[in-house]
Design a protein around this ligand. Structure first.
Ligand SMILES: C[S@@+](CC[C@H](N)C(=O)[O-])C[C@H]1O[C@@H](n2cnc3c(N)ncnc32)[C@H](O)[C@@H]1O
Length: 166
């Protein structure tokens, strides 16, 4: 498979998972998080699919396309381990959907990017909330693996569901 093929498959999986999750949360209240704003492509997709949701974006530096810039009130700059931990203090159990796109294309840097992110993310996720990620995430019981949309090969993207309140 060429690198172009691989990129197309990854983006196809990303869009299919985002679309599936946006449909899945219809009718449930809660905010949405984009962790890894980057160029703003997936943020833009979330905004287009979820026009009535509050969407908060996080990155260590603002480098998005001007057309995909979040409002200042909904953008948090800095290491996500720090900004999301502070955010979780005021938005505990508030997020119905979070999308993590923190892969760096290089294993060691990707591991660094994820360091300290899972614990605050678990605090901010609502019961029944969904997390989509370009990387596998170690939840240690807080969330379960969800099946990928039809046609998406295993390990191209990762979906997790937080336990619903009983
Ligand atoms: C693959 S890009 C995101 C692409 C984006 N979702 C898009 O569609 O354009 C990853 C982004 O995550 C940011 N990032 C990665 N790890 C981070 C961390 N620990 N804290 C803050 N930002 C981080 C990087 O700065 C980069 O902009």
């Amino acid at each position: 498979m060429s690198r172009l093929d691989s990129a197309i498959r990854r983006l196809t999986a990303q869009r299919a998972c985002l679309d599936w999750a946006c449909a899945e949360i219809a009718g449930a209240s809660g905010i949405v998080l984009e962790l890894g704003l980057g160029n703003g492509r997936t943020y833009d997709h979330l905004v287009s699919r979820l026009p009535d949701r509050e969407i908060y974006a996080f990155d260590r530096a603002l480098a998005c396309h001007p057309a995909s810039r979040p409002p200042k009130t909904h953008y948090y700059e800095g290491e996500i381990s720090v900004t999301l931990a502070a955010f979780a203090n005021t938005h505990s159990s508030a997020a119905i959907l979070a999308h993590l796109d923190l892969g760096a294309g290089e294993r060691a840097q990707t591991a660094l990017n994820l360091e300290g992110v899972i614990a605050p993310l678990a605090r901010v996720m609502a019961p029944g909330g969904i997390v989509l990620s370009d990387q596998p995430l170690p939840w240690e019981g807080a969330a379960v693996d969800l099946p990928l949309p039809r046609g998406i090969a295993p390990n191209r993207y990762f979906l997790y569901g937080f336990h619903k309140e009983s």
